[in-house]
Design a protein around this ligand. Sequence first.
Ligand SMILES: C[S@@+](CC[C@H](N)C(=O)[O-])C[C@H]1O[C@@H](n2cnc3c(N)ncnc32)[C@H](O)[C@@H]1O
Ligand code: SF4
Ligand code: SF4
Length: 374
Amino acid sequence: MTAFLLEAILYIIKSKLLSFGETLHHRFHLNVTVVCNLACAHCYQENHTGKPVPMPQIEEILRKLQAFRAYRGEGGRGYLTLSGGEPATRRDLPDIIRLAIKYGFMSRIVTNATMIDMKLAKELRNAGLRLAQVSLDGAAKETHETIRGKNSWDRTMNGIEALCRAGIFVVLSMALIPGRNMHEAPLMLDLSRRLKVWAVKYQRLIPRGSAPLNLDTQGEFHRTFVCIIERAVEIKYRRFIMLFDPLAHNLPNLYPGLCKRLYLLITDMCRCDRTRLMEVDYNGDIYYCRVGMALGNIWTDDLAVVWEHPLLRNIRVKTSRGACSCCAVWNRCGGGCPAVTYGLHKDISAPDYACPSWTQRSERDERKNGERES
Ligand SMILES: C[S@@+](CC[C@H](N)C(=O)[O-])C[C@H]1O[C@@H](n2cnc3c(N)ncnc32)[C@H](O)[C@@H]1O
Ligand code: SF4
Ligand code: SF4
């Protein structure tokens, strides 16, 4: 157990060190299949039919990603997330992990864990997997299943248990979905303790794929982050809490007393200003993080050219305005989540109204207009 703990600490230190300044490295997501055994209400993947990416193609993608890292002068090991669709629908997932390691990537999987039994968990561990992010969209079975479908909870619980028993660190990942599960976000901390997993990660709902068709996409996300932190302080939580959202950068400024008491609270995971999260979809399409616009295709476009895509350049050179122009965390937040503003307005530069500074500003402007009119 001590060795795992040491490995986990090294992993965190390395990722943290790599997230600062110009040495920031790319993180890649590779969707190894589009196939999925669930049909979640919020899924940003628009379809789940198609062939899994053949192994030789995966190898070629890994080679291209490493060549791009070399071109950008990025040394050391790369960071790769294997996702989908559901990556565990592939029986050769352990072989993919071995291949990724061979190509110099530190890999993790993102999974619903419903198909992971003890045998597969051990195979994944033997292949070199150390970290699995398991999606859980409620602290109660009923809530989770209204989003992820009937009979999904028990199977996910079994999967989590198998991964933990095999010695793989598990991070629970919750998508915050207005009107469905946000009230249970703080209770995920209690659940994570009972399940003895390593961390809980929270992310905001992105208006993409089936999400805007099935769900209300706007809600009190910032307030929910605060409730999570308050709960953590209340129960003296001593596991990692990861807030995967640019707006989280502002929390330590707004609530210094609360945040200081949680030394395992990570609020700086999203670094949109550096545009380093690249997703390669099952068909080769390349995305920046979860922004719903394909920037190119790995089979036809050079990654060095994709790096200069106007959307990425715009994210890199964004200038602050409105509420952002006098914000202490502009350099880290970059004005909010481009995947959200693109999903809502087809414009990555539109204000991110989930930020309380923008809401206050809109209210102030409305008040001023009202006074002028009367
Ligand atoms: C597309 S899934 C693929 C991996 C796997 N099938 C799973 O569910 O974990 C990757 C992650 O994206 C999250 N996700 C899917 N659609 C989303 C959306 N519209 N907004 C935010 N997160 C979303 C899922 O909850 C999951 O944690
Ligand atoms: S979120 Fe994951 S499990 Fe749910 S439908 Fe999408 S790919 Fe499948
Ligand atoms: S004001 Fe702008 S830069 Fe500051 S936290 Fe809000 S969205 Fe981010």
